[in-house]
Design a protein around this ligand. Structure first.
Ligand code: CAA
Length: 282
């Protein structure tokens, strides 16, 4: 299928990054959020990232202008009527996502693919809110989107082969590497990453080591670019807790129980870098 126009829903950290890489790859992109001010903020992040590329001599001012010209803003979901692909990167909440997908199903052209960047929610359940479950797929980007090579592509129970192949080709065009996985809680990335982060939090909770020591062990001993607690702060502790709860509920296995210290930090509003405090202060 020929995809030329993409709508990205959600102009936050993930959505703005996705919109940026799509526009850089030559797609026409509509960046959508509930309010214009959210879209403006996302566009500001994109502009900053692109200017950094100019400073590093990787893009010219003319390239940046062309990329920005391919990006348009939206706070009206009916703009979905013009697109071939929607990539949803809204809040991680099943009720909100199913409502959004039901609306998109009404608005988007019949041929359009509806993809979600969910980090752990079942694609099959999101697809069931539409009348086109064969055209619904998971397209899970990693943070920071412009830097990270992986896109985990998740097939829902009904996802058509042709849809998978289209999304795989688009991912390659974005300069990313697609990896195919099936639809089970946390897919592959978060089923492995989050229990590791949760276990790192347990080592702090049980007094085995300080956050700094845990991070040093994993950075210097395992060559991780960031220690797990720095990474947790970077991802957002609310997101980490939400994913652990999705794994715990989805598998019904207590090996995925979230650490009480993680719950406590989230309740305190210590959500990591975005709130200025998590395992570290920023
Ligand atoms: N946006 C755009 N570019 C960014 C960026 C951002 N937020 N942060 C860093 N970069 C770029 C820098 O500009 C720099 O670019 P160049 O090499 O082209 O100059 C490059 O990334 C490296 O940055 P730094 O030198 O400042 O720092 P670093 O070497 O420590 O790298 C990092 C930063 C890429 C974030 C690295 O620490 C890293 O890989 N960390 C782990 C990230 C990770 O695990 N992400 C997955 C999170 S899990 C997830 O996303 C899934 C989920 O569902 C929760």
């Amino acid at each position: 299928m020929n995809v030329q126009k993409i709508m990205v829903i959600g102009a936050g950290q993930m959505g703005s990054g996705i919109a940026q890489v799509c526009a850089m790859a030559g797609y026409d992109v509509i960046l959508h959020d509930l309010k214009e001010e959210f879209v403006d903020k996302g566009m500001g992040v994109i502009q900053k990232n692109l200017s950094r590329q100019v400073d590093k001599g990787r893009l010219t001012e003319a390239d940046v202008e062309a990329i920005l010209n391919r990006l348009s803003r939206s706070s009206d979901l009916s703009n979905a009527k013009e697109v071939d692909l929607v990539i949803e990167a809204a809040i991680e909440n099943m009720e909100i996502k199913t409502k959004l997908f039901a609306e998109l199903d009404q608005l988007a052209p019949k041929h359009a693919i509806l993809a979600t960047n969910t980090s752990s929610l079942p694609i099959t359940e999101i697809a069931a809110a539409t009348t086109r479950p064969e055209q619904v797929i998971g397209m899970h980007f990693m943070n920071p989107v412009p830097v990270m090579k992986l896109v985990e592509i998740i097939r829902g129970l009904a996802t058509a082969d042709e849809v998978y192949e289209t999304i795989e080709a688009i991912t390659n065009k974005l300069g990313k590497v697609p990896v195919e996985v099936n639809d089970f809680p946390g897919f592959v990335s978060n089923r492995i990453l989050m229990p590791m982060i949760n276990e790192a939090i347990y080592t702090v909770y049980e007094g085995v080591a300080t956050p700094e020591a845990v991070d040093e062990v994993m950075k210097l001993g395992m060559n991780h670019p960031m220690g797990p607690l720095t990474l947790a702060d970077f991802i957002g502790l609310d997101t980490c807790l939400y994913i652990m709860e999705t794994l715990h509920e989805g598998f019904g296995d207590d090996k995925y129980r979230p650490c009480p210290l993680l719950r406590k930090y989230v309740k305190a509003g210590w959500l990591g870098k975005k709130t200025g405090r998590g395992f570290y202060t920023y």
